[in-house]
Design a binder for this molecule. Structure first.
Ligand code: SF4
Ligand code: SF4
Length: 98
């Protein structure tokens, strides 16, 4: 029985829903089939992709490679954590120089 917690996969996606045109390439080409269409519409009237099965996302960014409008990209958590840590270091450096 589920306790309501969402299991985290190895990666996740970021969706710029307002520039999505609902073509479904990202959903069709996702190797783990973890994306689905949202129930909601964007301002242009399109359904945009949603991470329907987060535990299955590897962060491979295949969805991003196929999106003709750069409306989605995937990232592995380990790279995201490295980038976040790097941004913190850069910001610290900038603050020290100010
Ligand atoms: S990052 Fe990879 S696994 Fe995750 S939704 Fe995109 S194509 Fe699918
Ligand atoms: S491939 Fe890009 S434009 Fe097409 S549905 Fe996915 S996010 Fe939207």
């Amino acid at each position: 029985m589920s306790d309501g917690t969402v299991q985290r996969g190895r990666g996740t996606v970021f969706v710029r829903k307002e520039i999505c045109k609902g073509c479904s390439y990202c959903i069709d080409f996702c190797p783990t089939k973890c994306l689905g269409f949202s129930k909601d519409f964007n301002a242009k009237g399109y359904h945009y992709p949603d991470l329907a099965r987060p535990a299955d996302c590897s962060g491979c960014d295949m969805c991003g490679l196929y999106c003709p409008d750069f409306a989605i990209y995937g990232m592995r958590y380990r790279d995201l954590e490295k980038a976040t840590a790097g941004a913190g270091t850069a910001a610290d450096g900038a603050a020290k120089q100010a």
